[in-house]
Design a protein around this ligand. Structure first.
Ligand code: NAP
Length: 306
């Protein structure tokens, strides 16, 4: 089945996608967002967002996502719940394919974001859902009153450790260097909980398990010493991988798979724009994803006028 062509088709309903939808719809464009899961992308699974301006008490990530979606819909943007399985981006009319439908569009905003990176240990995939998790807010409640570990030193690791400290008996944060990538104030917040311990310069080298995870073997990178850490769950927060597989061979990407596009979000293909975490850029935050969405809608509008 093929739909009528819209002015701007947005792939991905995170902060970049729904901001593009808001700006596009307010500018009078016909806008369609295709989102495979719930709105919000990674933001949607964030317990508390403290650094998006306008919410002095912080806001739950899913609640913020619903507000962003409602804001775009107020001006006529529409959402389809489906997974885009293929994109044809080269011609003047672009087409997004889902299992059942082809959606043609005059411009496309790529806003598929990124997903958590795997650590790459042998039994990691087998233990997924059996003690190995990539989302503290999704799975943390299963570890209430238990000991858990968080691996990573960025903002995700800190947010996960803070969230888990509220539920779990003990949280061990394992980081491969001797300082966090996240701001110093966040380390203080972790220490303040009284529940979080740190293993610096350390790397998990083995997931210990019977039918499910029972602990980790951790190696200190400086001394080479190893220890077994007993824990019921481990939360991996070791960075992101951009969701750009559908774009390979069509749009210019860097060596890590991020879309090469400047601040104006224009990609190597006319009429195709990249917004949010999948774009190569120095700072990936909700606010920078939203900024990209606004820039993409502006650029798409200009492209349609050209
Ligand atoms: P990130 O900033 O890339 O941090 C990844 C962390 O994992 C780093 O500490 C890195 O160590 C470590 N790491 C990477 N590969 C590893 C490996 N193989 N083994 C062990 N450790 C490894 O990723 P993120 O924390 O997911 O954040 C991604 C982006 O989202 C960032 O721009 C962040 O600012 C943003 N973010 C924002 C919010 C918010 O707005 N509230 C919340 C979460 C994330 P090194 O430090 O040694 O490189």
């Amino acid at each position: 089945m093929e739909e009528k062509a819209c002015d701007m088709l947005i792939v991905g309903g995170g902060p970049a996608g729904y901001t593009a939808a808001l700006y596009g719809a307010r500018a009078g464009l016909s806008v369609l967002v295709i989102e495979k899961l719930a709105p919000g992308g990674q933001m949607g699974t964030t317990d508390m967002v403290d650094n998006y301006p306008g919410f002095p008490e912080g806001i739950n990530g899913f609640d913020l996502a619903m507000k962003m979606k409602a804001g775009a819909e107020r001006f006529g943007a529409q959402t389809v719940s489906a997974e885009v399985t293929a994109l044809e981006l080269a011609g003047p009319l672009k087409i997004a394919h889902t299992a059942k439908t082809a959606y043609p569009a005059r411009t496309v905003v790529l806003a598929m974001g990124a997903h958590p990176r795997e650590l790459g240990l042998p039994n990691e995939r087998a233990l997924r859902g059996k003690g190995v998790s990539y989302c503290a807010t999704c799975d943390g409640m299963f570890y209430r009153g238990k000991s858990v570990a968080v691996i990573g030193g960025g903002e995700t690791a800190v947010a996960d450790a803070l969230y888990l400290a509220r539920l779990c008996e003990r949280v061990t944060l394992i980081h491969r260097r001797d300082k966090l990538r996240a701001p110093v104030s966040q380390q203080k917040a972790l220490e303040h909980t009284g529940k979080v311990g740190f293993l610096w310069d350390s790397q998990a080298v083995e997931f210990l398990a019977d039918t499910r995870l029972t602990g980790l073997r951790v190696r200190n990178k400086k001394s080479g010493e190893e220890q077994a850490l007993s824990c019921a769950g481990v939360f991996l927060a070791v960075g992101q991988v951009p969701d750009t597989d559908l774009l390979k061979g069509q749009v210019d990407l860097d060596g890590s798979g991020y879309v090469l596009a400047g601040e104006d979000t224009r990609t190597s293909l006319p009429g195709v724009f990249a917004a949010g975490d999948l774009r190569k850029k120095p700072l990936r935050q909700i606010v920078t994803a939203a900024a990209d969405g606004a820039a993409a809608a502006q650029a798409a509008g200009e492209f349609l006028e050209e």
